[in-house]
Design a protein around this ligand. Structure first.
Ligand code: ZN
Length: 296
């Protein structure tokens, strides 16, 4: 493959020299560089509940399955450059500029359900192994079992090349074989952009050795991000022993009948330690149903 150069749309980026890691294999081409965030950029990320632990983060530029995947790797989130630009360019005095993740949900029709189609890489480069595959299918089944009024899932299996041809996909789940998308966390997922679910859901290559129980709840957690859910303890990160944040809790759109303290651990959406749970918790179920029941 010939290396392509991409125009990267982040505002006011400073790139460090000499830190690029290039990966070119199959249907995945990516370059990862360190990016020094400005104070403004950090503030904008925090306003949108993405909390970098320091001012240098990784920036990924490339293509996967024919889609551009430019963005920032922060914690277990992938912030697409398009979304980050929207946050940066928003008027800080408008409600929309808050862009809080709960407010950034997947759009759905007034009547009936929207069906989201997930491609699962099941053979060839970046394919899930048998346990990961069973886990992905189980996770999708669990979301459908919630009987959300406005969102349901279907899926198809295929090689990366086959999935690349399918323009009807809303999301793809892949094993990050060379670990250049996921990095340190067990998984990484993209938040919604323009009313569509986050397209990329990557699993760390080490999760090939995890149990079905672990992989299933991990994929449930990451799918939650692709629907716009933030970490349930976003305000404190106390599940990670990470010092609290200064995020204004009003930036999160509370879901009726759920706890929205920003300090909530009884959820598979907690930032760390969700493997103690084997399925959605009560709050997750109520929250997801209410967020996608069309009345909220
Ligand atoms: Zn997460």
């Amino acid at each position: 493959m010939i290396a392509l150069s991409f125009v990267f749309a982040l505002n006011s980026c400073e790139k460090e020299e000499g830190t690029a890691i290039s990966e070119e294999s199959g249907n995945f081409e990516a370059t990862i560089t360190d990016l020094n965030l400005s104070k403004t950029q950090i503030a904008v990320l925090k306003d949108n509940l993405v909390i970098p632990e320091n001012s240098t983060v990784q920036q990924l530029e490339g293509t996967f399955l024919g889609r551009n995947i430019n963005g920032l790797l922060i914690d277990d989130n992938f912030v697409a450059s398009e979304l980050f630009d929207q946050w940066l360019n928003a008027d800080s005095n408008t409600e929309a500029s808050k862009g809080s993740i709960m407010k950034n949900r997947v759009s759905f029709p007034a009547n009936g359900k929207r069906t989201l189609k997930i491609g699962i890489v099941s053979q060839g480069f970046q394919s899930l192994n048998a346990v990961q595959l069973e886990s992905a299918i189980e996770s999708i089944s669990r979301y459908n079992s919630l009987n959300m009024a406005k969102i349901q899932y279907t899926y198809r299996l295929g090689s990366a090349s086959q999935l690349m041809q399918d323009q009807s996909l809303n999301q793809v789940i892949f094993n990050d074989t060379n670990n250049n998308f996921v990095g340190n966390p067990d998984g990484r997922a993209q938040f919604p952009v323009n009313g569509n679910p986050g397209f990329l859901l990557g699993l760390n290559n080490r999760t090939r050795n995890y149990t079905k129980k672990q992989n299933t709840v991990l994929i449930q957690h990451e799918m939650g991000h692709t629907l716009g859910l933030v970490h349930s303890d976003y305000l404190t990160r106390r599940s990670c022993d990470f010092n609290g944040t200064d995020v204004n809790p009003n930036l999160v759109e509370g879901i009726p009948n759920t706890i929205n303290s920003g300090n909530h651990l009884n959820s598979i959406m907690r930032a760390c330690g969700f493997f103690r749970y084997i399925n959605f918790r009560g709050e997750d179920i109520v929250g997801l149903r209410n967020a996608y029941n069309g009345n909220f």
